[in-house]
Design a protein around this ligand. Sequence first.
Ligand code: COA
Length: 260
Amino acid sequence: MNYENILITTENNIATVTINRPTKLNALNVATISDLHKAFKILAKNDEIRAIVLTGSGEKAFVAGADISEFAHFSIEEGTQLAAEGQEKLFDFIENLKTPVIAAVNGFALGGGLELAMACHFRVASDNAKMGLPEVSLGVIPGYGGTQRLPQLVGKGRAMELIMTAGMLTATEAHGMGLVNHVVPQEELVAFCMTIAGKIIKNSPYAIGKAIKAVNANFKEGKNGYEAEIKAFGKCFGTQDFKEGTTAFLEKRKAVFTGK
Ligand code: COA
């Protein structure tokens, strides 16, 4: 499949998705959100793909936000729809994917860009990365889940300050608050993420999908995370992956998982 605004490469069961609008600092317009939605949908259905790394093209930006030129003249209804559609098609969609998604934050991750990184399962930043939610400086608030996911990741007080000041964090500051898991030199970023992805894909894809679901359940209204965990734990016992994982351990060999 050909995409207008993204590039996809695959290597050793790991897909790298690169947002490719470098002259606009990879700003998320509607067409890019649609490309990403289609790509993630297809990748998630592909059993060969066991992990996904999401990054931005160029050395300057991961994503510098939602495309301001597209929504500057929107009405209340259009603004509401923009946030609702974006959350459903991309941000919630990635968060709930069974396939693990690592954000390789290679530069500015602002507004929708930081929201996109936060929707991924975890984040690694390059040492030149800058992160923030500057929406209030434009007279609007984060609309792609930023008011929810930032407090989950860094705590309410820090999130309130970052959102209200429209400030930018350096990669080191973001690391200090747990917003990103690692900071590495820019030229090593994607390779570093591939190494982590390489460790992930040795494990049971079925169990990883269920672990993502159980962790996410803690943050879902009306869900009991402990109950979700019990249910998911139980389901694992009916899988080939569980049989293979336990048998391989007892036979002192490496497990070969199928995700079934
Ligand atoms: N939406 C649309 N276009 C954007 C954009 C966005 N969020 N962020 C950057 N761009 C465009 C610029 O308009 C410019 O396009 P042009 O060359 O056609 O004029 C191009 O990307 C390069 O950006 P520029 O501002 O010239 O780069 P810079 O190095 O001077 O500044 C930033 C970098 C990230 C500080 C600055 O681009 C910026 O503040 N962007 C908006 C961030 C933001 O508010 N995001 C939240 C949106 S909800």
